[in-house]
Structure formats: C-alpha cells, structure tokens
Design a protein around this ligand. Sequence first.
Ligand code: ANZ
Length: 824
Amino acid sequence: EVHYDVHAVEEKWLPVWEALDPFRADDAVVLSGEREKRYALTMFPYPSGDLHMGHAEVLAIHDVISRYWRLRGYEVLNPMGWDSFGLPAENAAIKNDEHPATYTYANIETQFASMKRYGVSFDWSRRLHTSDPEYYKWTQWLFLKFREKGLAYRKNSPVNWCPNDQTVLANEQVLADGTCERCGAVVTKRELTQWYFKTTEYAQELYDCLDDLQGSWIGKVVNAQRNWIGRSEGAHVTFEVENHEPVTVFTTRPDTLFGTTFMVVAVDAKLADELVTDEHRADFEAYRDEIRKASDIDRLATDRPKTGVFLGVHATNPLTGEKLPVWATDYVLADYGTGAVMGVPGGDQRDWEFATKFGLPIVRTTQPPADWDGEAFAGEGPAINSPAAGVTSGLDINGLPVAEAKSATIAYLSAQGSGDGTVNFRLRDWLLSRQRYWGAPIPIIHCPVDGEVPVPEDQLPVELPELRGADLKPKGTSPLGAATEWVNVSCPRCGGPATRDTDTMDTFVDSSWYFFRYLSPHDSTQAFDPALAEAWGPIDLYIGGDEHAVLHLLYARFFTKVLRDLGLIDWDEPFSAYLSQGKVINNGRKMSKSLGNGVSLGGQLAEYGVDAIRLTLVFASPPEDNVDWADVSPAGSAKFLQRAWRLAGDVTSAPGVPAADGDVALRKVTHKTVHEAAHLLESYRFNVVIARTMELVNATRKAIDSGCGPADPAVREATETVAILLSLVAPYTAEEMWERLGHEPTVARAAWPVVDPALLVDDAVTAVVQIQGKVRARLEVSPDISEADLEAAALADPAVTKAIDGRPVRKVVVRAPKLVNIVV
Ligand code: ANZ
C-alpha cells in the first residue's frame, strides 16, 4: 500500500501557498460591490509560549468556516494578530531582568511560525500587535475621543485591588468567588482615583440589543451578558428623614411599600455617615471598620448572618406617615441603586432575617398561598394590608395582583412627588487604568494650573519609556512613575511644569477594537478607514472561548456603539454571530502541569502531521463541546486521510471528462453529500460534515474496487468532491489530491461543487429495525413512507417475527423513514 509522507507534503505546499497568497482579502472587490463579503474572526492570542492544543482546536474550527465561505465565492477577510500587552510578559521580564518586549515578540514569532505551518487561511498582510506603537497610538486616540464625549473620566472610589498583581481590577475581572481572574488571589477593596469608561451610559442599549443576538449567538453567552448588565425595573421612592435631606431608595417592589417597617442604608455609603446621630456614632464606626474587611461576595451571600446598627434617626413612610427606624447594614451595597433600601420583611428574605434578628415588626402585604410555610413571600399576591385595617392612606391597593399594585403605587407616588418608575442596572462603569508597565500609557498630562490636559493628537503615540527588570516590580503605584524624564513634561496648554499620567490601560481596551484595525492595520492617518468598516462590517462569525462571555464581548460591543456615536461606523453590533468552542481536555480533566495530563501540540503534529490533528479536533465533537484527547484517534484520522488520498491516485480518466454519464448510484451519494454538507456547515455542525465525507470516501472506494471501476467519470467527480470537502480541515492532503487529479493549486480557491437537484431524489432508503437495541432487519422503503406503514412493514418482516419469537411487543418507536425500534 502506498503512503504519502505527511511532513514532506507540508514542506512542499507551504512555499507554494506563500507564493500564491490565496488568502489575501481584496478590499477593492468588496468596496465596489463586485463580490459579497464575509468577515471571519477568531480571538487573537496572547503571546505566552507556543501554541497549545486549545489554540489548535479553535484555529481548526475557525478555518472550516473561512475556507467554506471562500469556496462559496465570498471575498473573505480572515485576519490574525496578537493581544500582546499584559502581565505575563511583564512578570517574565521581572524574573529574567529584561524588557517585556523581548518575551513578547519572541513568542509572537514562535506562534506565527506555528500558525503558518498549521495551514490556517489567514491574510497575513493584516497582522497586528497591540503593543506596537503604530497600534496603541490609536488606542490612545480612541481614549481621547471617548474622553471628549464624556465617556472616559476619573473618580475616587473604593475599587477592587489584587494584592498579588498589585493593581486594580475591573468588576468583570473579579470572579464569582471574589478572586482575581488572572492569578486567583482574593481581591480586596481600596479607595483610589482611577480612570473609568462610562459603560453605564450604554447599559440599556447593550441590554436591548441582546434580543437581536439571541439565536445567532450561543445562548449561554447572551444570558451571561443579560445577567451581568442586570436590568431591574422598579421605582425610586423618597422618604422624609429627620435632620437630613429626603432619602431615595430603589425598589423592584413598590407595591410592598405598606409593608415597609424600617429603612436600611449601606454601612459604607456616605449617606450612613451623614445620617448617624452623635449618640450612635461610636457604635456605627466600630461596625463599619469591621465590615470594610469583607468582600462584596460575602456581603451579598444570603446565608450570611444579618448584622447592623441603628443610626438614631427615623424616616417617614410616604403612604402612611408611619415612622420607620433607619439602620446601617452590610447587606445593602453602597454602589447599587441608591445605597438605601426600604426594609420589607414580608417580601424580602434578607429583610425578614434582619427584622427577626433585631425585633422589628413584620407585616405581610402580599397574600401567600394557603399552604405557605416559608418566611418572606415573593410571589404573585394579591395585595393585603395595603393599607392595613385602621391605617389611613390616600392609596388603597388591597386585592390587586402584583403588577397592577406596582403601577398603582407608582402612579400615586408620582402624583405626590415622592416617587417614580425607574430602571436600574447592575452594570458599573469600566475601571480601565492599571498600575502596571506593559500597556498603553494613558495620554493625559496633569498640570497644576490646567488640570487634566489631553496629549495633543499630533504627539501621539505616547510611547512607553524604556524600563526593564527590577524597575517593573509591582509596588502599588505605576512603575512608569520611576521614569522621571518621561513623567516630567511641560503642559501643552500653559507650558508650565506638568506630569504625565503614569497608569496604563487595561489590555481589554486594546482588544475592544482590534477587529477595526485589521481593516487598515498600517494606516498612519486614522484608527481605521470608515469606508472599509462599512464594506466589511460587521463580523459575520466570531469564534472564541467561554471565558470571554462577559468581559471582552461586552467591552467590544460597548466600543462599537461608541464608535457609531462618534460617526465612524454605521452599525450597532460588532458580531452578527458568535460561537464559543469547547476545551481540549484529557481523561475527563482539564490539561494541566500539576495533573501531568498535558498533551503537547508540537509532539502530536510531529507524530501525525497537521492534517490529522486538525481533522481529529474538528471530528471529535460539535464545536461547542469539549474534546477529550483520551477518546480520539489521531492515528485513525491519519489512516482516513491516506484512504482519501489513494482515491486520487486511482482516478484514471482524463481530467475534465463530464460526469453526466457516470455511475448514477455514486453520483447520488456525491451530490447528497455536497447538499447536506452545505446545510451542516451553515449550522456549524462540522463534525458531521467529516462523517459524511468519510461515507463518501467509502462509497467511492467501493465503486472503484467492485462497482463501476476507476475510469468512470462519477469516480472522478466523487474524488474531486472529497478533495474540496477535505480542504476545509486537511488542506495539505486536499492540495495533494487536487494535484494528483490534474489541477493547478490551490484547492482553497476551487469552486464549491454545484448540486444537481435531480440527483437528490431518493428511489428507496434503508430503514433499520432494532429489537432491544439490536439490528434485526433492514428494509428498503420509500423515503416518504408514513410512520404507520413503516411500523407495519417492520412487524411483518420474517426476520423480525422470528426475533420477537411470540413475546408481547411493549413499545414501538418509529422514526420514518430510517428507524423502527421495538421493545418486547
Ligand atoms: C423592597 C423590596 C420588597 C424589595 C420586596 C424586594 C422584594 P434587583 O432585582 O437586584 O435590582 N436593593 C436595592 N438596592 C440595594 C442595594 N444597594 N443593596 C442590596 N439590595 C438592594 O433587586 C432590587 C431589590 O434589592 C430592591 O427591591 C431592594 O429590595 C434591594 F418584597 O425593595 B426591594
């Protein structure tokens, strides 16, 4: 049996592709409308070391769709670059006493070479690195544009602080268990002046547009974003308070206002400090000091015992005039809503526990069902005790269901001037400044006379000063502060002495707009060309990891909306479709050094070749599922590729013979495969496409060996189809086959085969009859046979009656026209 040498084939085709440059996206044909565009994007890697199995998987999946679109005649933009600022390079630089650029750019070259060899169809002319001054000049420019619009600002507030990385973190970078998403350290709070992007200004739109993405984005990501943005409809209710301005609370349940028996204020909110009377101040401050040590996560935990102190003042219920004691507590958060809550023990479990603990009254205002034995009841109602007997109020909502009771209460409060319907979001502004070196410097100069002064556009980029090794050690303030020559400048406005802002930007800023920069990565006059953005955007399919479900995807959506409002683009959402790939695991566990179950990509490529590994990764499961390396067979993939390749050697007819007169049975298989593959590819079921290709290879082999023979035109047609389908995952094998079939390279630019509808019609299909899960008979039936007819035919079959052997039939499951499942 003849084999081809996978590594020789890799070496043979790489330079040919390099010379042909078949993946360069042509702006002109898209700008002129001559060709329809597709923009395929996969998350660009961080340059830490060489590529690993996870990269190999996402790149293989991603390339299927780009190559498919190209075959379908689209002009495809498929760019790649590096997200090359960030902490690992900085930490490596400290360890090795070198500059972060050394580590960064060495790794980029390694990964670049690996990606090339891996045969991904990238347009390398658009390669970019976010740490290049040519790139971050425009990150800085965008920062200034955001600032001009009031969307980038500085404020002093308690922020998340990673004691290990010695830098602040955005809320999105703190995991649900209160740890740093990068290093796992427990995140604490610090009071600091930091830069923010006003993501909250876009909260409503970011939330609303998720409806349009539902269906074309993987569902769990849409839900994660919805929860993160956290839209709550409710009301603001204003209470008169002794010795203070009126206090407003946010509530999702204004209908429970009659059941309010106290007010609670966040212990660390300024409001609590203002309200507390002298008599209670000592207690209050002691309590506050204790609470400041806890994380938000602990504070919101429902199983945490309730704590609090009375502040010595009373609020007045706007519906009844009743006096309500005002307390400070830690279960109310200072930065959500207004930082003050109306305590409704009958409706809110936390309030119930608080009231129980401190002996505050409990009044139910929503009727629980008769068999209710719980505490607070958050169900549907109707409203009761609203007002309670003997209490007078201008409003009566007794008997109303929750929704109506809410709107009646809001209407009444609005008329009185003590409340209003409102919407509240959980989303906070994005804290973007970092006290680390390897990032884009914030292009602001602080002047004692003029305050914050933007660096003039013609002085961008503000390049990083040369610092290395020990200078970069985290010390809580930015290492840039040590570069005194760089820091001390004259004010662009008054010319007096001033200093540069020494913080750098979160690397998520860099990655929020990189897909725009791919459009014109070397343009020195603008961030990107709006005409190209109009022509190529939005991205037709984005593929990346789940870990970015809220962080990167939300930030990129925010940037896109701001760019629209800056008049630079006219679309609202960056990613029309989003797919997240599963992980490559081993023996059911995540690959890790400590478990010793890591699989080296380099080792696998050396052993089986690029194509076999790519094929294995795509064939293993649907893209969104994990691939367990213990369950797959790269050797089996390599064997299959050899089988496919041998077909091309066996085809003996002259090239270009029309297939019209060939073996009809094989032609039907070929055309059905192409027809089905198109549907499968469009719904991202790439593993099934490979299964179908395998079936086509088998059918072709059978036709060659024991059917129409190798000279039949149908065999050539089938083999060419195999080469084209394989080009999606196994570009080297496919190119080799294409050459053997007498074509010029490259199969990547071949045309998708045209399906002849006449060949899709089935004369008969095979229905399988199973008894107790075992195949007992195969029936040739019409493709449109009814369930009843198929069941009857199955039960009448002699092999089936024999196997049933007189036992009673308990259940028959029919899936016409393919399957009958009989349980006896
Ligand atoms: C009275 C009430 C009665 C409430 C009831 C709930 C049920 P979401 O859905 O998360 O927006 N709340 C308001 N501000 C808060 C803060 N800063 N920290 C902690 N809790 C706060 O929840 C809003 C509800 O959470 C509000 O509605 C308020 O309690 C509480 F039967 O007001 B509710």
